[in-house]
Design a protein around this ligand. Structure first.
Ligand code: ZN
Length: 239
């Protein structure tokens, strides 16, 4: 392939910058805080879901308590009224008997309500202790998240700054290389996922190190100063 020596040297220089860019991006992707933050986020959402469940249980129990307490108050009033009627009944035994039966049934129902209220109070106590556990865990997770985010921000901002400097260097160097060579370079970089260009080292590709046999070597040399490794298909500078 036709190419000026100085352009090939510029491509090799560009590649150094591009490899630094790849490394900086990898470092950024692999900052340990990221995986930890993801784990914390999943823990956080699990706790949120649990809190929602507990809130729903609490709401149901509280509304049941309110309903039963309302009924109990009403029964107390009815009891009071029945007692008044008994007190006023005097010798009217049938009246006394009928209101006494009423009183009995009110008292029975109030006992049942009291049992239910006792069980609900126990349930609400358990709910309160769960609420506290969840709130404590959430505050720990939130604090850990904040600390990790801060440390991620400070480390990643350094790397991002490095990256933007390197990217500016890439643009500057790429601008000095002819467009057709840049196309070849970019294609090879994409295909190889990184190193796009090497130097023919005697009879080996300077990147993948595969020896190139006689016939192919002659053909490759005939493409000087720029050919393609028959094995890894990276660009090869041929001296
Ligand atoms: Zn190769």
């Amino acid at each position: 392939m036709q190419a000026k020596r100085e352009d090939l040297a510029a491509m090799l220089q560009l590649q150094k910058v591009d490899l630094d860019i790849l490394q900086a991006r990898k470092k950024l992707d692999e900052l340990p805080q990221r995986a930890k933050l993801e784990a914390l986020a999943s823990k956080h959402s699990q706790l949120d879901a649990k809190k929602e469940q507990v809130d729903a249980i609490k709401e149901k129990a509280e509304s049941e308590v309110a309903k039963l307490e309302g009924e109990d108050n009403m029964l107390a009033e009815k009891q009071h009224h029945a007692q008044e009627l008994i007190d006023m009944a005097g010798q009217d035994y049938r009246m006394v008997e009928s209101h006494s039966r009423e009183l009995e049934s009110f008292a029975k129902r109030r006992d049942t309500i009291n049992d239910k209220l006792g069980k609900l109070a126990e349930e609400l106590e358990k709910v309160a202790s769960l609420e506290k556990q969840i709130a404590d865990a959430l505050s720990v997770v939130t604090k850990d998240e904040e600390e990790l985010k801060a440390s991620y921000e400070s480390e990643s901002s350094v790397l991002r700054e490095q990256l933007s400097t390197l990217e500016a260097q890439h643009d500057e160097r790429a601008a000095g290389i002819p467009a057709d060579l840049m196309k070849l370079y970019e294609k090879a970089a994409k295909r190889a996922g990184g190193v796009a260009i090497g130097v023919l080292d005697d009879n080996r590709c300077g990147v993948c190190r595969t020896p190139i046999d006689g016939g192919r070597l002659i053909e490759l040399r005939s493409q000087a100063p720029l050919g393609e490794c028959p094995s890894c298909r990276r660009l090869l500078v041929i001296d």
